[in-house]
Design a protein around this ligand. Structure first.
Ligand SMILES: [Zn+2]
Length: 516
């Protein structure tokens, strides 16, 4: 008798539904599994056989042939164990075959028959839900699986429980409903607040603009200027995640195996801060079977690259493609793996090797040549793609004792408001944020008033700006106007945006300026 069981495997981040067909005929005891990677077959056969016997069932004598469809997809991992065992038990008449079509099975089996946690359960549950099937998952994964709205999630601790459920000897209770109610939002519990940052109101303003329009930021300043303190507070002013964003982000962490009982889903925007010695594979992703890198784990949130000038330029250069495409693809053995990489880039650097160039204390011990060489590392094609360049100054004593400036809650409110305006303007077609405007969109949808255009033209001529810098200035100015709720971008907005352009800070000509 042939049994048919539904399961799924993880490929990169996506789940691929598969069908397990099992046939048992008389003959020399033997088990062949087709459609699986070689090493995986042997290991799965050993686990499944032991789990069936140790759960008190009969491992059938005869020739067992198992086919996992579709063919041509490399299926690896232990997630199929439970489905394989159920298939054998059904093909040998120990479970009624007709019970199986309503279920999807996912879980690793240990030799004693317990069902162990697997990676990517959220993604697999979505596929089960879309196919209208209930899903039997490892107990440990059940909260994660319950994130999917409308899914019927049945948590199982052992193969015996699953078998007894399918033979109606007991009933596995569905996991308690989804963790989210209402529109899925939750008030963020901030442990840090922008109100704690004294005397850096200009920097806070720049970060507000960055969060509102999705503009990348480079902060340059000595160690005492609080670059890290500022960056750490940025997630707090980002808008709350929508249900779809929570699912998308949790899928990534689920597939990467980074969720746990304490953190079964991701409800807050990621804040990733890899060390400056991170490798290209660590940052971008990769490997023989591609794994997501920091850029994918930061998707929907913030990628903070501290000590940017100390990073290997080959590693940072690899950021260019994902910054533009908001995703990254790898091709391995003819198969394409695509991961999301839609993050807000925040880079930070000292202004020179010793860290104190330009500091009022005059502590810098670098020679002018050393300073120039160091600053050279803060230029190049990647940094051209960062909209906001911010020079941080030390904080004056009078600012430290002054009253608190903008708080996280106030700033977040402004970000949410500005994003609402952008969504209304773009209608979600090409982009929802000003930073994503193409040059053409920037031209057509920035609505700069006459005086603004005049100032822009004067700056372009006087400073020899490149078209790229001009475009960045327009995008940032549009965000500044959106924060203020203005329909037209005026000269004041343009002037403020010009402050964040690159040319102003270096004081000398760099590759952002036209040859003259
Ligand atoms: Zn120095």
């Amino acid at each position: 008798m042939i049994s048919k069981v539904y399961s799924a495997v993880i490929k990169g981040i996506d789940a691929l539904p598969v069908t397990i067909e099992t046939d048992i005929v008389r003959g020399m005891p033997d088990i062949t599994i087709t459609g699986l990677a070689d090493a995986t077959v042997k290991e799965a056969a050993v686990r499944v056989r032991a789990a069936i016997i140790n759960s008190g069932y009969t491992f059938p004598l005869g020739r067992i042939s198992i086919n996992i469809a579709p063919a041509g997809v490399r299926k690896k991992g232990s997630v199929l164990d439970l489905g394989l065992a159920v298939g054998i038990l059904a093909a040998s008449g120990q479970i009624p075959e007709k019970e199986l079509s309503g279920y999807m099975f996912a879980g690793e089996l240990s030799l004693d028959g317990s069902v162990c946690a697997v990676k990517g359960i959220l993604n697999i549950t979505e596929k089960a839900c879309a196919a209208g099937r209930s899903i039997i998952v490892p107990e440990e994964n059940s909260i994660e699986a319950s994130v999917v709205r409308g899914a019927a999630v049945l948590p199982a601790g052992s193969l015996e429980e699953v078998t007894r459920h399918l033979t109606h000897a007991l009933e596995i209770k569905p996991a308690a409903g989804s963790f989210m109610t209402g529109d899925g939002r939750r008030v963020r519990q901030e442990t840090v607040d922008f109100a704690d940052v004294k005397g850096q109101e200009n920097a806070k303003r720049a970060l507000l603009i960055a969060a509102a329009g999705g503009h990348g930021v480079l902060m340059t300043g000595s160690p005492s200027t609080g670059k890290t303190m500022l960056a750490e507070r940025l997630p707090g002013i980002m808008p709350p995640m929508s249900y779809e964003e929570i699912i998308k982000t949790t899928e990534i962490y689920s597939a990467a195996g980074l969720l746990s009982g304490e953190m079964p889903y991701i409800m807050e925007r990621p804040f990733r801060r890899p060390h400056h010695s991170v490798t290209e594979a660590g940052l971008i992703g990769g490997g023989t079977v591609p794994r997501p890198g920091e850029i994918t784990l930061a998707s929907g949130g913030i990628l903070f690259l501290d000590e940017f000038a100390e990073m290997d330029p080959r590693v940072t250069d690899a950021l260019r493609e994902p910054l533009e495409r908001k995703k990254i693809s790898f091709i391995r053995q003819g198969e394409t793996y695509t991961f999301p990489a839609d993050f807000l880039l925040v880079a930070a650097s000292n202004p020179c090797r010793c860290g104190y160039y330009g500091d009022p204390s005059g502590r810098c011990i670098c020679t002018p040549g050393e300073v120039a060489r160091y600053r050279q590392k803060l230029s190049g094609p990647l940094l051209d793609r960062i909209d906001i360049h911010l020079d941080l100054k030390g904080v004056a004593y009078s600012d430290l004792t002054g009253k608190a400036g903008m708080s996280t809650a106030e700033m977040r409110e402004m970000v949410v408001q500005a994003r609402r305006v952008q969504r209304a303007r773009f209608g979600d077609v090409m982009t929802v944020l000003n930073s994503g405007m193409t040059d053409r969109m920037a031209e057509e949808m920035s609505y700069i008033d006459e005086e603004g255009e005049r100032l822009l033209g004067r700056a372009y001529d006087a400073f020899g700006l490149s078209p790229r810098v001009l475009g960045k200035t327009v995008r940032v100015a549009r965000t500044i106007a959106d924060i203020a709720g203005k329909e037209r971008v005026d000269a004041g907005d343009i002037a403020e945006a010009l402050q964040y352009s690159r040319w102003e800070h270096n004081g000398n000509k760099d590759n952002n300026q036209r040859e003259r």
